[in-house]
Design a protein around this ligand. Sequence first.
Ligand code: GLN
Length: 293
Amino acid sequence: METVAACLQWGELTLAQAAPELLASCKVDSQWLLAHVLQRNSAWLRAWPDQAVSDEQRLRYQQLVGRRAAGEPVAYLTGQQGFWSLDLCVTEDTLVPRPDTELLVEQALLLFGAEPRSVVDLGTGSGAIALALAHERPAWSVTATDIHGPALAVAGRNSQQLAIPLQLVESAWFENLPGQRFHLIVSNPPYIEAEDEHLQGVGVRYEPLRALVSGVDGLDDIRQIVAQAPDHLYAGGWLLLEHGYNQGDAVRTLLLARGFDKVRTVQDLGDNDRVTLGQWRAHTNGGQTHADG
Ligand code: GLN
């Protein structure tokens, strides 16, 4: 295992044999990890298969592949994850941003254009959603909250490194946003059932439970957010929530019961229910639509 090609082949095979869940990404994972160790990109790896890998580099690579084989996310091993068009730092304090969550960003961007708007991303973690929105809509004022100080620090670091301004507030949902109203509230809250067997699986085992689990039916946090959101939305403002593939019905029911209009669920690329949105009473004052005005 002294060349790039030999390292990649070994890494791919090791990961493929480690766990069924790792099979689909074994090739790209082995590339990411070797690229990280060699401080190159995957195009360089493809161009230089016969390049020598030093003993020290090979050892570091073997260690990283070993940790990946045990289920640690590549993003924690390299400290980086792509989301939307951004390269984000991630640590064990934050969830690894998922491609599915880009659906939430897309839907939010469809609701309002370039005009100034105030937006909050509740439970921002690495800052993924907030930063993508602020990047696409520079005139929006984007607040990002998290209950966990170290996660908020990661969002702050990303905001600084990418030069995308965010207002950071350490807060359990709306607790430290008294009296503040927004045109748009977005969140990818924890939504997994406490007893869900997937929590033991390679997919999420290393990620913070705090960011994943939300009570017996997975809906404790969504219930809180839906209950409180109207106190923090302008008339005509929107609430957008990511949720589990089997929670679309339940989340629509919660939004309708709370008095939201235009409630609907959007499917992700895998055709699973993934994001539900609703508008807060646009027409309470004789048809005036404050959030659009
Ligand atoms: N908002 C962050 C993300 O989508 C973190 C979500 C979470 O920790 N539940 O990646």
